[in-house]
Design a protein around this ligand. Structure first.
Ligand SMILES: Nc1ncnc2c1ncn2[C@@H]1O[C@H](COP(=O)(O)OP(=O)(O)OP(=O)(O)O)[C@@H](O)[C@H]1O
Ligand SMILES: [Mg+2]
Length: 223
């Protein structure tokens, strides 16, 4: 069965789609990766449609809770190594369903006080999902400082603030024009600006996500 990596947060514009697409493309250098765009806005699906990304994918929004079961079955049935899910910025049906099947919930968090408050609420959803699941503490969580400008006080403080939230904190992603410019021409940073700082940050983040999702579940009652 594919490993499932969900990118979500209750806050809009924090870099969920940017990181979902770029991490998916980086992981595609060693795995078969399929991107599920669960956001009705269709940002990631449109990006993919231009045909410049080394991954497959589809638009699969889920707005109606009644459709959650077939949606989850469909995602679980994709025959690849890794499914990356890009979620909408709310705690609707898609986020709930993704938390139920994901191996990891990656939360990009922007560097403002409002971003941190939204992250606290999203973490509560993650904890609820873990309690409701019977498969050994899944999904793992990963807080990713996103759009970080280290020249500002908020940019320097975000990592410290995230470390106090009790979930692993991933490598920071800087506020960089390469992320915007590559998306503008429907590319990812690895093809648009290979070996740029932006690409290096994606390589590092993808490696962390890869390592966490390869880990064997802790020895539990099921062995
Ligand atoms: N690290 C970054 N540096 C500079 N710009 C960025 C970075 N990450 C994202 N952006 C830009 O910020 C905007 C929002 O990013 P993105 O669409 O990835 O956020 P999102 O969380 O998916 O938003 P939504 O909640 O609307 O789905 C986009 O214009 C994107 O190009
Ligand atoms: Mg998005």
């Amino acid at each position: 069965m594919a490993r499932i990596i969900a990118f979500g947060n209750l806050k809009g514009g924090v870099g969920k789609s940017t990181l979902a697409v770029n991490v998916a493309c980086e992981l595609a250098s060693s795995s078969r990766v399929h991107l599920v765009d669960a956001d009705g806005q269709g940002t990631a699906a449109e990006w993919l449609q231009a045909g410049h990304l080394p991954i497959t994918g589809e638009s699969l929004p889920l707005e109606d809770e009644q459709q959650a079961a077939p949606w989850m079955r469909r995602v679980l049935a994709v025959n690849v190594d890794i499914v990356v899910i890009d979620l909408p910025p709310n705690n609707g049906a898609a986020t709930t369903a993704a938390l139920f099947i994901a191996d990891i919930f990656v939360m990009p968090v922007g560097p403002s006080g409002l971003d941190l408050r939204a992250a606290t609420k999203a973490l509560a959803l993650l904890h609820e999902a873990r309690a409701a699941r019977a498969d050994g503490g899944k999904p793992a969580g990963l807080l990713v400082p996103s759009r970080v400008d280290r020249r500002t006080g908020a940019g320097r403080e975000i990592e410290a603030a995230l470390h106090e939230m009790g979930e692993p904190v991933g490598p920071a992603i800087g506020l960089r024009s390469a992320f915007v410019d590559s998306a503008t021409v429907s590319e990812w940073v690895g093809s648009f600006a290979p070996r740029s700082v932006a690409h290096q940050e994606i390589i590092t983040l993808a490696a962390v996500v890869d390592r966490i999702t390869r880990r064997k579940p802790a020895d539990g009652p099921q062995g």
